[in-house]
Design a protein around this ligand. Structure first.
Ligand code: BGC
Length: 472
């Protein structure tokens, strides 16, 4: 049983319900030994990704050559294509000791765009950029164009920093005409078509953005990680340790790697999948992909909960045959809901369940729901620690800060503690330690500040005459 969880032994329930609940708890329990086994396989897949193209974990080279000095300055525009919003920022960097000035606007992404075609997507982005530029009176000097950093948080392989071939959409996106194409080129085209005064300098993953934005102020940053709608991490490798990369850069050149480890164990060798996980994968737009993400990331936690509750309901064990039609609506319950069920006072959780499912719920049923929410969130947090543990093992990292962002990390009150505990179990930290050598920190704004700092680093590189991995 995962630490910090009371078992359902302590809840008084009818025997059949109790035994089914214990069965579900067992399926979601990930022991220390299992965590270690997962981490070992994880490390193997990370290494394979560095060795050859086309590996399961992509280990995408980002052409971000190391971490920032903190002296980067200048004005940048950034855009972030997130799951629900399109965020635009104008970022003025003035060096690490000065306040960063950000003006931002968030545009709600029309849901239809997520399953539309590429034309609709780029037109929406261009319209929003146009509006943003006008409303913030962003005027480039003379004929100059302002540098633009594009945070594109999907698996894109990069031959250059201003290039990115989308391998596959993740996180429920399914837009026609981008997979297999260069998303950066598509954005550049629409910028040119519309005559927008912007020059795409860098396509940035959110993990790399989080790492770089955090390192701008915190030199102890070792990894940027997202525990949100999706999950993934970035770290810095030496060029000489990336056998698949053919380059003129010296072997000791630092290179940020966007791992894309949401795809870990797509071959189902080691992850403890339940029938609920299998069903989520089967009904997703991309079955067989993002196996690890589908068991641990925010887009899926609420859905896993829904499926376990539906199972109990269909077995006639809870909600007394009230119909519970809402429980049949896919993706009806999100991570915020799950977190509320686990962490709010019991009566509040009861009301939340009643309101959301439109049925009567007893206190005992609320306790059952709470147990489900607990074991699902605990499993997610414990699995999330394996990816970071594997990077640290592979690189021999023994201390530092993991700059984390994302809704699960920020909004689930128990995530960080569970994650840290599991990391200690995997890495065999002594029980009586005073503090953890590797800690999770709140990442700085990766898609705004991070994309701006990376754009600055790229322009500095061009001015210094090092244009390796820059198309221009
Ligand atoms: C994407 C990654 C991203 C992660 C977190 C995954 O689905 O493939 O590129 O970093 O989500 O947003």
């Amino acid at each position: 049983m995962a630490k910090g969880l009371e078992t359902s032994e302590s809840i008084q329930l009818p025997p059949e319900l109790r035994s089914k609940l214990i069965d579900i708890e067992n399926q979601f329990n990930v022991s220390t030994e299992k965590l270690k086994q997962i981490t070992q396989q994880f490390e193997k897949e990370l290494r394979e990704g560095l060795e050859k193209e086309g590996s399961n974990i992509a280990m995408n080279v980002t052409w971000v050559l190391g971490l920032p000095s903190g002296d980067e300055i200048g004005e940048y525009v950034t855009i972030d294509l997130g799951g629900t919003n399109l965020r635009m920022c104008r970022v003025a960097l003035r060096g690490q000791r000065e306040e960063i000035d950000i003006k931002q606007h968030v545009y709600r992404l029309p849901p239809a765009i997520k399953t539309g075609d590429s034309r609709q997507l780029w037109n929406f982005i261009a319209d929003s950029l146009d509006e943003f530029i006008k409303s913030h009176q962003i005027i480039a000097n003379r004929d100059d164009r302002l540098p633009l950093g594009f945070c594109f948080s999907y698996p894109a392989s990069q031959d250059a920093i201003d290039h990115g071939i989308l391998k596959t959409w993740t996180k429920g996106f399914d837009i026609d005409g981008v997979e297999g194409e260069d998303a950066a080129a598509q954005l550049k085209d629409v910028l040119a078509e519309r005559g927008l005064p912007l020059e795409l300098v860098a396509l940035v993953n959110d993990t790399t953005g989080a790492m770089v934005a955090s390192a701008y102020k915190d030199p102890d940053t070792i990894i940027g990680a997202i525990f949100g709608t999706g999950c993934n991490a970035a770290y810095v490798e030496n060029v000489g340790s990336i056998p698949k990369l053919k380059t003129t850069l010296p072997p000791d050149t630092p290179m940020a790697i966007n791992c894309e480890y949401g795809a870990f164990d797509n071959a189902h060798r080691v992850l403890p999948r339940t029938k609920y996980d299998v069903s989520i994968d089967k009904d997703s737009p991309r079955p067989g992909e993002q196996a690890f993400e589908k068991m641990s990331a925010g887009l899926y936690l609420g859905e896993i909960f829904r499926l376990t509750a539906l199972d109990l309901y269909e077995s006639g064990l809870i909600f007394d045959r009230q119909g519970a039609a809402k429980l049949r609506e896919p993706y009806k319950l999100d991570t915020g809901f799950l977190s509320g069920i686990e962490n709010d006072p019991l009566e509040t959780s009861q009301t939340r369940l009643e309101e959301c499912l439109n049925i009567k719920v007893t206190l005992d049923e609320t306790r059952v729901a709470r147990r489900l929410a607990e074991v699902i969130a605990a499993r997610g947090a414990r699995l999330c620690s394996c990816g970071v543990a594997a990077i640290c093992r592979m690189k021999g990292i023994t201390s530092g800060h993991v700059a984390a962002d994302g809704t699960v990390a920020n909004k689930h009150p128990k995530f960080k503690q569970r994650w840290a505990e599991a990391l200690g179990e995997i890495l065999d930290w002594p029980e009586d330690r005073e503090e953890d050598p590797i800690i999770i920190t709140n990442a700085e704004d990766g898609s705004g500040i991070g994309a701006a700092v990376i754009s600055a680093m790229t322009l500095y590189r061009i001015h210094g005459g090092n244009t390796v991995g820059i198309q221009g």
